[in-house]
Design a protein around this ligand. Structure first.
Ligand code: ZN
Ligand code: ZN
Length: 169
């Protein structure tokens, strides 16, 4: 089996240096607000929305506004440190690019996002692209469904409803 080389994960300080370099090259001012936002993002959970990030950033610096968080995420995306994702709920979410390629499984009820990678899917896509004459450059896959927890909650709800209708009918 072929071994895929994984690029070494970049530390938060490496990523911060890339961000600073990007700001400098693009002629953007480097501000302490932008720095705070970048630090919070690098330490945050995956698939974070601007609103969630804004709430987290406010804990550190209450003067930072939503628009600054939004613009800083655009800058982090420009320099390849973040990817913007749009799942079905429509809210943009950002994730760091330090991880490997992966796909997403999303719960339609609680919004939980699970990451997975399936080599058979990866291979199949290359085959399909080749068959249709495409040079394959990448893909995005989102599977939607109901997670185990939500299924359990639903099953419990159905059981309780049955008990109720038995008692009161
Ligand atoms: Zn769920
Ligand atoms: Zn992800």
């Amino acid at each position: 089996m072929a071994v895929v080389a994984r690029p070494a994960a970049k530390s938060a300080s490496d990523r911060f240096a890339i961000f600073k370099e990007h700001l400098r090259r693009q002629g953007h001012k480097s501000t302490s607000q932008r720095d705070d936002i970048a630090h919070v993002f690098f330490a945050s959970k995956r698939h974070i929305s601007v609103e969630e990030l804004y709430q987290a950033v406010k804990q550190i610096n209450s003067r930072i506004g939503y628009a600054t968080v939004y613009r800083t995420m655009k800058l982090l995306t420009e320099c390849g440190l973040a990817v913007e994702r749009h799942f079905r709920d429509g809210e943009a979410r950002y994730e760091g690019t330090e991880g490997q390629h992966h796909d997403h499984l999303i719960c339609e009820q609680c919004g939980k996002i699970v990451e997975f990678e399936e080599p058979r899917i990866e291979t199949l896509q290359g085959d399909i692209a080749a068959r249709l004459g495409f040079r394959f450059t990448g893909h995005k896959m989102e599977l939607y469904g109901v997670c185990t927890d939500c299924q359990r909650k639903q099953a419990r709800g159905v059981r309780e409803a049955r008990v109720l209708s038995r008692d009161y009918s």
